[in-house]
Design a protein around this ligand. Structure first.
Ligand code: NAP
Length: 316
């Protein structure tokens, strides 16, 4: 074989084998680990002049994320279910933190929250969709399973209503706090034919976290001609209030502290390593494997369409 043809074939083979590597394996990795803390992963970063929105700022991972981003100089707009809770949380933070009320089951509250953020006239460098619940029983909001409403539909409205501010930022990032638990979603993935939870409510937390991952994936597609990115992450099992309604048997050993749980959130939100990374999924501050459902682009696109239909009166 002639030398040029050989080289061409070799480089084509290299391209083909690179293309067959899953995207998570090509995403830059870091030296941070499961035990790294949010302060450690942001050490040396100067976030002065940046604005972050953190939902669920009064507890657990959200509070620690707000605290550390503010410590690094960012202005954090922290949401809580009531203004009182938001004020109390923001008051404990060293740096600039502004409370806004947000009740994700009440879409009028989501609209009011978005309007309050817009009225601050700032670009959003980091939109961190963190607020969440785990329910041991079957609950619904207007006939739709409640965790899907809180984790996905509420955040879907909020994101859509402030997305232009994320796009306008120098390098805006939407960070969705998902879960490794997305792997336990019901057979078939998102239950488009019946979102009530009937027949699958025992897997409803996993279903809603799969929705988080698919939302993040579709958003990355929709942002592809902008500077903004969208990534999802699992904080890992963390010792927070979210476990308050669960039986002790649901507590895995060796839970992370909130400081460790907020590390991947802060890493994905602020670390310069990830400036050009979008549509990915992280755990322990590194790219991570996800289920086939969570990388299903057709399911992600359908979820966006269905969510837009369900929330139409509340979108811009
Ligand atoms: N902890 C873990 O092991 C773990 C594992 C994987 C993923 N995650 C994810 O991490 C995120 C943060 O959870 P966390 O562990 O830090 O729990 P957390 O300490 O219970 O904090 C959850 C936050 O979300 C808020 N929230 C709950 N329901 C809401 C609603 N309807 N509207 C607005 N805000 C609401 C809570 O407000 P209140 O304080 O008023 O209830 C609180 O501020 C969640 O998305 C969760 O799914 C956690």
């Amino acid at each position: 074989m002639k030398r040029r043809a050989f080289l061409q074939q070799a480089s084509l083979a290299a391209v083909a084998s690179y293309a067959s590597i899953p995207s998570w394996a090509k995403t830059p990795s870091s030296s941070f680990t499961r035990s790294s803390t949010a302060e450690q992963v942001t050490a040396g970063l100067n976030l002065t002049g940046k604005t972050a929105v953190v939902t669920g700022c009064n507890s657990g991972i959200g509070f620690e994320t707000m605290r550390v981003l503010a410590l690094r100089g960012a202005h954090v707009i922290g949401t809580a279910r009531t203004m009182e809770k938001g004020k109390a949380a923001c008051g404990q933070v060293k740096g600039k933190a502004t409370p806004v009320a947000l009740e994700l089951t009440d879409f009028a509250s989501v609209v009011a929250c978005a309007n309050a953020i817009r009225a601050m006239n700032v670009n959003i460098d980091m939109l961190i969709l963190n607020a969440g619940i785990t329910l041991a029983d079957w609950q619904q909001v207007n006939g739709i399973e409640k965790q899907f409403v809180v984790h996905h539909l509420g955040h879907f409205i909020l994101t859509n209503r402030v997305l232009d501010r994320v796009i306008a930022a120098e390098q805006g990032r939407v960070v969705t706090v998902g879960s490794g638990n997305h792997r336990d979603a019901p057979e078939g993935g998102i239950q488009f034919d019946d979102l009530s939870g009937r027949g699958w409510h025992k897997k409803a937390y996993a279903h809603s976290k799969l929705a988080n991952g698919l939302f993040s994936l579709e958003l990355s597609q929709r942002l592809r001609n902008t500077r903004a990115t969208s990534n999802c992450l699992s904080p890992g099992p963390v010792d927070t209030n979210i476990r308050r309604d669960l039986p002790a048997s649901a507590f895995p050993p060796n839970l992370k502290t909130p400081a460790q749980g907020a590390a991947t959130v802060c890493y994905v939100a602020a670390h310069p390593n990830l400036k050009h990374v979008t549509g990915e999924y992280f755990a322990d501050c590194n790219p991570a494997q996800q289920s086939a459902y969570q990388t299903d682009r057709a399911m992600a696109a359908k979820l966006w369409e269905v969510s837009a239909r369900l929330t139409r009166p509340y979108l811009i």
